[in-house]
Design a protein around this ligand. Sequence first.
Ligand SMILES: Nc1ncnc2c1ncn2[C@@H]1O[C@H](COP(=O)(O)O)[C@@H](OP(=O)(O)O)[C@H]1O
Ligand SMILES: [Mg+2]
Ligand SMILES: [Mg+2]
Ligand SMILES: [Mg+2]
Length: 404
Amino acid sequence: MPHVRPPFTTALFALSALALAAALLPNLLPRLRLLSSHLSPFSRQQSTMATTDYSHELNVALLAVQRATLLTKSVFHSHAKGTLNKSDASPVTIGDFGAQALIIAALQHNFPEDEIVAEEEAKDLRENETLKQTVWDLVQDAKLSDSSAEQVLGGPIKSAESMLDLIDKGDSKGGNKGRIWAIDPIDGTKGFLRGGQYAVCLGLMVDGDVKVGVLGCPNLPVSDSEPLTESVGADATDAEGKGVLFSAVQGQGAQSRPLAKGGLETGSKIAMKPLSNIAEATFCESVEAGHSNQSDSVQIANKLGITKPSVRMDSQAKYGSIARGAGDLYLRLPVRKDYVEKIWDHAAGDLIVREAGGQVTDVEGKRLDFSYGRTLKENKGVIAAPKDVHSKVIDAVQAVLSSK
Ligand SMILES: Nc1ncnc2c1ncn2[C@@H]1O[C@H](COP(=O)(O)O)[C@@H](OP(=O)(O)O)[C@H]1O
Ligand SMILES: [Mg+2]
Ligand SMILES: [Mg+2]
Ligand SMILES: [Mg+2]
């Protein structure tokens, strides 16, 4: 005789199943989301979730830098760059404001809890309606051609007012606790205005340690094997074959890929060039003599037996160029005693070079310390070199600086 379950028992079963599902759901949901983030990074509408291998952070950072770099390219080609002089007499352009707004919008969409240290603020735009409108027009036009990539970044910014508020979200004090992004919307603004190299820079620090770094360099050659020469340093074009995204995740190595226009191309691993004879090294430094002491660098090069003149190049494109083995050394020697380096000028480049097999320190050989706030107040200058020759370079730097 078939067993017939009384209605009361059936209801009891159904209720217990529902209770079990309700208890398990909060545990299961994050796992399912994590799984979907690995399977298809473009398929989610929104994620506010940090990943332990930084895969989601890297994907968002690459796309955000790509979109912002494309915006700066359009300003690079226009005659009116909307240049203002900041209180420290350094320039800022509509490209800087627009790029910062776009990157912060992407970070806020994906990681609303994270803090942001960014170079620029919206004050000048709030006081100048025409300038605000120009930046707003630029930002509205800056869309990746791949709509699913655009969706990852959260789509367009809602209004000119929210664009200003986003720009001002980069006012974190920084420090040694939690997740903090460092943004330099255009590094090498002087190079950008001159028609030379510049970079869009984004780094993620966790408890003061850089975990993810991305550099967008629209005027550098795509090819990692093109050697670093004076003409690359001073290049004024982003023609065919130019434009590269460098990236690194702590412990996972460094990569480069073509800048492209939306959706990311596949990256390839980069590494610093083995340097058997330091006398043959190519070293790079700032174009601006006010940013790096170019007579100290000549003496240091002489001490190392280097005869080739330096390649002068603006921005963190220098870090990217040595990380891919196009050049070998990057020297940044303090000019003014009172100048304190800013974290956004170095966070991404520092990680990219170290993940490519280099060492990055200040002139005394101390690692750059990003945990002191918006500035690198415990460091002076920057010396980046392949790991095995770095101490030799520091010895030469110290010999020259101590003899002054
Ligand atoms: N006196 C100084 N010494 C060193 N760096 C300086 C400086 N004055 C400005 N800078 C920084 O140098 C950066 C450019 O570096 P480089 O010379 O390698 O291109 C500038 O970034 P921005 O262009 O983002 O303002 C700015 O932050
Ligand atoms: Mg600046
Ligand atoms: Mg800068
Ligand atoms: Mg800048």
